[in-house]
Design a protein around this ligand. Structure first.
Ligand SMILES: *Cc1c(COP(=O)(O)O)cnc(C)c1O
Length: 239
């Protein structure tokens, strides 16, 4: 398990990198939210991170996420923000609506319709992002960039959902510069969609950039970066 000291150092170095990337891009530090991707880490590690000031966690599995939400509800007055960043199946929507700040991974109208009806049932409005498979990778979820406008328009009809922007997972690469073109493309897509002034749709959030490429993503306009390994160290999938 990662030590508190290591966690503290990692958080400080990620923070420093974010600040530098913001400076380079002429952006305010406040315009970028760091999402600490805590998946596969046990509650003890999240507890350490919370103790070091982390208040925004990202998780990719519904069951793991709800377990962690329950843990924090039991142990803390002040609740952190929870972001669902992984693939969401329609039959699991009911477990997270009303509990997460943002669902990053909406990639079909069918899923949006279920989020809408569950939100209505719970009397909440759910904020979502549309996930784009920017590298056209077979192994990734998300829609093709060319389908984005159409999907955004169809989701916009659902009154209990607000489309807040776009999300992408860029291909894995050793050189973050390789992903700059993808981030540029998503940024352009979000600007083009924002220009259409669709009711119920804002394109204020761009969730892009992970441990390997978040600085480049910030330079290209990311408003949310999702950093796991860079904060918590290498993941142990055995737990
Ligand atoms: C795991 C994960 C991340 C974090 O990945 P790292 O490379 O460890 O920073 C970001 N986004 C999504 C959707 C993930 O599943």
């Amino acid at each position: 398990m990662i030590t508190t000291e290591e966690l503290k150092e990692n958080l400080a170095s990620v923070e420093k990198n974010i600040e530098e990337a913001c400076k380079k891009a002429g952006r305010d530090r406040g315009s970028v939210k760091l999402i600490s991707v805590s998946k596969t880490n046990p509650n003890e590690v999240l507890e350490e991170a919370y103790g070091l000031g982390v208040r925004v966690f990202g998780e990719n599995k519904v069951q793991e996420l709800t377990g962690k939400i329950e843990y924090f509800a039991e142990h803390h007055e002040e609740q952190p923000e929870w972001h669902l960043i992984g693939h969401l199946q329609t039959n699991k929507v009911k477990y997270i609506v009303g509990k997460v700040k943002l669902i990053h991974s909406v990639d079909s109208e069918k899923l949006a319709a279920v989020i809408d009806s569950e939100s209505k049932k719970k009397g909440v409005i759910s904020d979502i992002l549309v996930e784009i498979n920017i590298g056209n990778e077979e192994s990734k979820f998300g829609i093709d960039a060319s389908e984005t406008l159409e999907l955004v328009k169809s989701i916009a009809k659902y009154p209990n959902i607000r489309v807040k922007g776009l999300m992408c997972i860029a291909p894995y690469t050793d050189d973050p510069e390789n992903n700059r073109k993808f981030f540029k493309k998503i940024k352009k897509l979000s600007v083009d969609i924002a220009d259409k002034n669709i009711d119920n749709v804002s394109m204020c959030e761009l969730s892009m950039g992970m441990t390997g490429d978040y600085c480049v993503a910030i330079e290209e306009g990311a408003t949310m970066v999702r950093v796991g390994t860079g904060i918590f160290g290498r993941r142990n999938y055995a737990i």
